[in-house]
Design a protein around this ligand. Structure first.
Ligand code: G4P
Length: 526
């Protein structure tokens, strides 16, 4: 196959959702469609179970599952789909944000009963930063939820995106009868539990066709006609370019657990979702996937479950050219060449050693400590991909070393765990205090547990009441002055960049106002 055809054939995306909206269920249906699994229930939920005996034991169970489901690749109607999994727990949101830097589009699942929820908002904010194209799947139409027009309004307003429904529901809950496909002009009746491959849509090109009354009854047919007239008037035809620019999101209604509305969405997805897109580097260039020389970046690092082996798996997203096994590639940050004898892909759940990979693919690389998140590999070129930032953490704790004999191990452990992206490490600018910043409390348990298990280092954490960490840049003199005044609040991140820890929102706003020559950044790339 021609190289450009290989690229065109690929679609790399993630399913995102607030926990419990139906991400796992929908993912499973996709895999059934793609023939990657044969039976329902094969995809393990990556949620932290409620009431689990111990959170970190649960996390360990999770780590096992999440290696296997990190990337799920399958073919559907001649399209090679790479579905990147994201953690189900909000405390691991940062992991999700990073995964979103490696996809070209997303499918957002919204629960029809709960509408927009906290995580839906946060995840969409990250998508907006890169204008990632979004398709919305409104799930659980078999339950009594919010009215569709109200839901659309809520999503548009809360997520600041314009929507474009491509299917429209006929009732909901007990009375849910199915959807009308506004694009194909066909009716799909709801039959709970149908097989993934069943297609029983009925063409109804003219919404006034009496066949509609026969199929759904006069009352519902009349309501649908009214709705469709309104929808046609407001939305017209979907402009695929605007979707690809991330400015409008097609919407599908369905019920994932009943495999309803999933097929239409997948068919539309392979038709409109973007193939691998160009990516920006730190030289200000945009690297096209068709660029013949290989390049890619690391967006996730997964530690080995066996504490006796420190090796890890680094996930590489191929951005341009062809990645080949046993070929030397340039590790830009370390300025050294590395080759990989056992790179693997994630086709149909099984890990397979691969000889090559193309833009859009994700390759698993064994790593003995060379990588950290955001690292770039090239065929010699000297640039780093941008757009893989750390986000301002929200919970801060100081590390207290409980065993001074193990100081070295502790330093190494902290450094490696934070390279993996488990948390962010800040060191006091004029001192040696070490502070860890996380998005969620669970991560502290993970760090404490893993430091002991994998590095033999015992730590305690002292909670600190900081509100936010922001990276600061600006006029050298002003920065020096600011450091003098705010000494106790100035830290350095792992790359030596200055970070200001604000005690409260009020303090932060006051400092921003009082220091117009200093820029305060809420992510590590500026
Ligand atoms: P998540 O990965 O987004 O966290 O959600 P998941 O798919 O695990 O789904 C959360 C719950 O919602 C599950 O129920 C699942 O069965 C249910 N669900 C998913 N799709 C639909 C739908 O279309 N309609 C209805 N009514 N429910 C749906 P659970 O009780 O938590 O788990 P389970 O015991 O059913 O697996």
């Amino acid at each position: 196959m021609k190289y450009t055809d290989e690229i065109q054939k690929r679609k790399t995306f993630a399913v995102i959702a607030h926990p419990d909206a139906g991400k796992t269920t929908l993912t499973e249906k996709f895999l059934l469609f793609g023939g990657a699994i044969q039976t329902a229930g094969a995809v393990k939920s990556n949620k932290i179970k409620k009431g689990a005996t111990s959170d970190f034991m649960e996390i360990e169970r999770q780590r096992g599952i999440s290696v296997a489901t990190s990337v799920m690749s399958f073919e559907y109607k001649d399209t090679l789909i790479n579905l990147l999994d994201t953690p189900g727990h909000k405390d691991f949101a940062e992991d999700t944000y990073r995964t979103l830097t490696a996809v070209d589009s997303v499918i957002l699942v919204v629960d029809a009963v709960n509408g927009v929820e906290e995580q839906t908002r946060k995840l969409m904010e990250v998508c907006r930063m890169r204008d990632t194209p979004v398709i919305v799947y409104i799930n659980k139409m078999d339950r009594d939820g919010k009215f569709p027009f109200d839901l659309l309004e809520e999503i548009e307003k809360e997520l600041n995106i314009s929507l474009h429904p491509l299917t429209w529901p006929i009732n909901m809950g007990k009375d849910f009868k199915g959807v009308y496909n506004l694009y194909e002009r066909s009716l799909k009746l709801f039959t709970p539990g149908q097989k993934a491959t069943d297609d029983n849509s009925i063409p109804i090109a003219d919404i006034n066709d009496p066949l509609l009354d026969q199929k759904v009854g006069e009352r519902d047919a009349a309501q649908l006609r009214e709705d469709v007239e309104l929808l046609d008037g407001v939305y017209g035809e979907l402009d695929v370019d605007i979707y690809r620019k991330g400015k409008t999101a097609p919407v599908f209604f369905g019920s994932a657990v009943n495999n309803f509305g999933v097929g239409e969405m997948l068919d539309t997805f392979i038709r409109i979702a973007p193939s691998p897109l160009p990516r920006k580097n730190d030289k200000g260039d945009s690297i096209e996937p068709t660029e013949p020389k290989f390049s890619g970046f690391i967006f996730k690092i997964h530690a080995n479950l066996d504490p006796r082996h420190r090796d890890r798996i680094a996930f590489l997203r191929v951005c341009s050219g062809r990645f080949e096994r046993n070929k030397n590639y340039h590790h830009v940050r370390l300025d050294k060449d590395i080759k990989f004898s056992n790179p693997y892909s994630f086709l149909a759940r099984s890990k397979e050693v691969i000889d090559d990979a193309f833009p859009g693919d994700v390759v698993g690389l064994f790593d003995t400590g060379n990588f950290k998140i955001g690292d770039t590999l090239t065929e010699g070129a000297d640039f780093m991909y941008t757009g893989i930032p750390s986000f301002s953490p929200e919970i801060f704790k100081e590390v207290v070393n409980k065993d001074p004999m193990k100081t070295k191990q502790l330093e190494k452990g902290l450094s490696q765990l934070t390279d993996e992206g488990v948390a962010q490490l800040f060191t006091q600018h004029s001192g040696n205090r070490k502070i860890i910043g996380c998005v969620g409390d669970l991560q502290f348990e993970v760090i404490q547990y893993r430091l002991l298990q994998e590095y033999g280092a015992k730590v305690d954490f002292v909670p600190l009441s900081f509100y936010k960490a922001c990276w600061i840049t600006g006029d050298k003199k002003k920065i020096e002055e600011f450091i003098r005044f705010k000494q106790a609040n100035i830290m350095e991140d792992k790359d030596g960049h200055l970070v200001y820890l604000a005690q409260s929102e009020w303090y932060l706003n006051t400092e921003i106002q009082n220091n117009p020559d200093i820029q305060f950044h809420f992510k590590s790339e500026f």
